[in-house]
Design a protein around this ligand. Sequence first.
Ligand code: FMN
Ligand code: SF4
Length: 413
Amino acid sequence: MDELNQNLMRDEIRVGANLDAWLAHGGGEGLAKALQDPAAIIAEIAQADLRGMGGAGFPTHKKWTPVAAAPEGDKYVICNGNEDEPGTFKDRFLLEHTPHQVIEGALIAALATRANHVILYVNPHQQHSLAATREAARQWRAHRLFTAIEQTIGRTVELRVLASSGLYIGGEETAVIASVEGGFPFPRRKPPFPAQQGVHGAPTIVNNTETLAHVPGILRHGAQWYRDLGVGDAAGTKLYSLSGDVLRPGLYELPMGTSLATLVFQYGGAMLQDKKFKAVFTGGPSNTLLTQRELDVALDFDSVRQRHSRLGTGAMIVVSEGTSIVRKVAEYVSFFAQGSCGQCPPCKGGTFQLMRLLNRLDTGRGVRADLDALENLCRILPGSGRCGLIDGAVTVVESSLNRFREEYEALVA
Ligand SMILES: Cc1cc2nc3c(=O)[nH]c(=O)nc-3n(C[C@H](O)[C@H](O)[C@H](O)COP(=O)(O)O)c2cc1C
Ligand code: SF4
């Protein structure tokens, strides 16, 4: 992709925590425009069709609108930089290499909603990202653009960096809120949604780091510019974390709607050792597997959903022929079982049972009853937890059973 068509990863804006360098390359222009007409910000974000990059693809303006409409009082904008899912490595890049872009996006969100707390919630295992974000926030607090925001909304704004627990579950949005309140990151049921009742009961926006990083470019160049970056009806660009059995794994910013085949074979440079493509675990391994027949799918939220999967975070873990799907699924389900916070008995027990059955099958100790038990769990577990962790674990098991049934059958033959 032509670098000029990128929004987030252009070489010249990879300036780390150097605010002057960010401002010298067009940084701050989006915020300056937003300051001229704060009431128009949300409409611009809506027109750009910016979607949440943290997994669900939820329209960003729909999160911001109720917070903007809420009565004056404490309001929070939280940038979710927890990122602990296997195969996802985009937010740490943004926070380390272009933290001012992320912070400017969060400040524009605060301006649009008159929020007086802006919190950057960063995974402490990613030490370079955490250090860069802390330094970048320090620089913003001393800058006149920050003072201009306070003057425009008529109140003092807190801009703070908070190290998360570093646990996978700590990235779920209600767990983020619990952490910010000083507690253990236990998710809670929704509704109420954070926009209605977030940190200490105040209206709260929780947005993914990549989502917020797109905001300055949209305000600077306009919604139409952003829309035109995408392929067809898909708007903007997307960071795809490509890993697994490809020659050139890495982080790619490509037009939203780029095909899976283009990502794997053109940018990924073909399969390792010329092996045959087998499947992709998408969006973190908590979605339906994409296979050979989906190689033509456009990688945008709506097109991937039409193929009964989800784009998720844009993580694509590629596996080649010869890789055992059962083993890969067992590994990912172990991750979910260990990540379960244990509040909901069906999740704690269910993910553990899934892991136990998969491990037994994978190591050749399984019997047909294990396969039946696996299928039964896939029927009863969905929707039984307070958050999406349990559903993600079931989805990857169920989709592997649907698409690679013969591999399971071979293990109990
Ligand atoms: C178990 C679990 C872990 C999650 N971890 C993250 C995370 O690390 N970062 C993130 O942005 N979203 C994470 N999410 C999604 C968030 O709950 C939330 O949807 C997201 O931060 C919203 O941002 P967006 O609208 O900009 O996508 C997680 C969800 C679940 C169920
Ligand atoms: S579904 Fe699992 S991870 Fe989510 S709150 Fe319940 S026990 Fe915790």
